[in-house]
Design a protein around this ligand. Sequence first.
Ligand code: B3K
Ligand code: ZN
Length: 870
Amino acid sequence: PATIYLKDYKEPDFLIKTVDLTVELGEEETIVTSRLELTRNDENATKLSLNGEHLTLQSVKMDGHMLTPDEYNATDEWLHLPVATVTTDFSLEIVTRIKPQENTALEGLYKSNGNFCTQCEAEGFRWITYFLDRPDVMAIYTTTIIGDGELYPVMLSNGNLMQQETLPDGRQSVTWHDPHPKPSYLFALVAGNLAVVEDKFTTRSGRNVKLQIFVEKGNEDKCDHAMTSLKKSMKWDEEKYGREYDLDIFMIVAVSDFNMGAMENKGLNVFNSKYVLASPETATDADFDGIESVIAHEYFHNWTGNRITCRDWFQLTLKEGLTVFRDQQFSADMNSAAVQRIDDVQRLRAAQFPEDGGPLAHPIQPQSYVEINNFYTATVYEKGAEVIRMIHTLLGEEKFRKGMDLYFERHDGQAVTTEEFVSALEDGSGVDLTQFRRWYVTPGTPEIMVDERFDPKTGQYKLTLEQSNLKAGEIFKPLHIPLQMGLLDEKGQAVTFTDGPFKGQTEGVFDFNKKRQSFTFSGLSSQPKASLFRGFSAPVKLRQTMSDDALAFLFAKDQDLFNRWDAGQRLASNIILKNIEAVDEDDTAILPAAFLDAFAEILSDTELDRAFTASALTLPGEQDIAQRMPIVDVDAIHKVRENARQQIGLTFEENWRKLYNECANAPTPANQPESSSRKLKNTALRYLIATGREEYITLAATQFRKSTNMTDSVAALSGLKDITHPVRDEMFADYYEKWQKDALIVDKWFTLQAMSMRESTIADIKKLMEHPAFTLRNPNRLRSLIGAFTSGNPVYFHDKSGEGYRILSGVISAMNKTNPQIAARFVAPLGQWRRYDEDRQALMSAELEKILKLPDLSDHVYEMANKSLH
Ligand code: B3K
Ligand code: ZN
């Protein structure tokens, strides 16, 4: 397979001005007629090459003349047409036939539960018709859909509805027109027998926008939250960025078979139903949050992605990093900002840090790829968002907004590069980002070493930081890192700076832009405690040795809630790691007094937001701890962490009971959402169950039976998933029985079992793969069992027998041809093989070798497996 390089980018030879599509939907096949108006862009070009895959070409007309097969050259991937250099403007009419009902890859036009829908990003439009399928070709689309009006009463495409009629042959014909030029990846078409929920929104300049959410019949009552989230997003983008919606209608369609979360097609977002459908009975609080953020994300793309799009796919973070940043800002404004930030950083550390430290590491602007769909990564998205956040931190709110305003003004309607983005921010703000640009091309997570010196005689404190980056290798150059920090005195009070750029303040953002750099602070009466990288002001790993006491101090006192939480996590990890070293000598994990005291303080602080308390009282996950071990020992991590949980459960048993009852019965403090009480209550429940006492199994079972909301039901099941007990079997059976008709809830049932810690887990998973409700064809179902197992159950995925690895590689080989995009996504866990002991290394790399030898190996899987192995 060929590698594509950013350095080879060349403007298109021809441009497409307008596209007029007629799509005739049939039960056997679909006929697509595409009429294009083209114009020359390179005066020397003699050949037009259009992308096209999985198409049957029926006819080509150029300027009204039918071409004979010897006048063009059609291959598996291209349609080449000679164009005389004297020709400037010309038209094409291309007729192709496709088979959406046989499309299992869920790219291009396909069927989901009897409905037609499309997914064109990144290169799916070429599965529909021959086209210049690249984002720098922006055209105006008119789309006519023709089909059986009884089977497909709803027929949708981008833009505004122009016409709807019944043809003489009885078929329905619907025409849509999108006045905004767009790249082909934003094209969408939907046809089906769907129900619609409607609302409206008036923009601040007075435009009335019709809002529609289309769902499968019977789901109409599960759209409220999605609709509310949409209206909030529209309002927020007006207030925060001055961005209004630009069409008279905004549509969302929920489909059940979807490769990712959602897609921002112009005026017609297509969503995985997981990110639309919710009611308290059927969705957890986390699901509600997910919906709010994905609805916002796709809506925000209308400006950051659609009106201003990417020149080429190497610029993907231009729209994705920026839009993730915007959706994170939005969620922080809608909910608790500190908890939002903690969740964002947890996601980054869980998914992006391992990627950045492994064989698949790449800068947020990759320099090459084989298959672009493999680059919709945590790095491009989440680290990309951190890079935008750092610009925001360096510029400050006001200048950032000026920069963004200039970006919108300068580039509206264009396909641009990240360089053009950074330039606009620089010009709009007046802040120099020359060195900052290195973030775009540097892979790997910077590591920061810390040295502190305090001179009691002069009252001077000197902080020295040094940055390094293992992945950057030869290309290492110091990055421009915003260091947001403050100092705490011995009582934990914020120290006011007496000198330097932030004199008179208690917090500042310092430019840390050299390999090794010192910052001095004077006027101190005693050695201060530094609170570094507040709010996680840069995506770095802080390598600072701190005593348990010092961390406990920050955990209890830091003014910055994020750093308070983080200090607690660092402290807990340190203790767990120390116990892991001693795991063979003595099994009893001893939690030091410093830790227990700090824990007790948070536990009894009723002023704190309950959701924050819940996060602060939750130990770092097994994968977080794993990241700090040179060779990961999954079993020891699990054992020690569980011991610690048991000790915390027992030590504070009375407090947990009290907290449980308070959260369950007393009203939630007025300034907090109900969900924060549920979160804290279920944290308490998990610790109570960790005590090992039978009465708490009963408590969980009672919670499950009485529960009227999915959050509490799932928390109870999750609390009992690891035990072998008749109550457990009964609850899992009841749950399935009750919800078997709701696919999203059945997904949760699979996930809970995939993450179980019982000895029978591997056998259970194999049995679940044979369950009538299991299918490889539905991405949600596949992720619910296999995804949850490989990324959420380190102990059994890494079982010494190698069975976990074989389950995964079996799934990859089964999916390689049917849905290569999804198959490739599953390779990453095996790519972490260097992090494990020799036996596991051998087992994991053997599976990668096996995958590489698959017949008909897709480019997608090849790229991931090959990079993972070498
Ligand atoms: N832009 C889409 C992702 C498309 C993935 C293509 N393999 C969703 C989003 O990021 O908003
Ligand atoms: Zn996006």
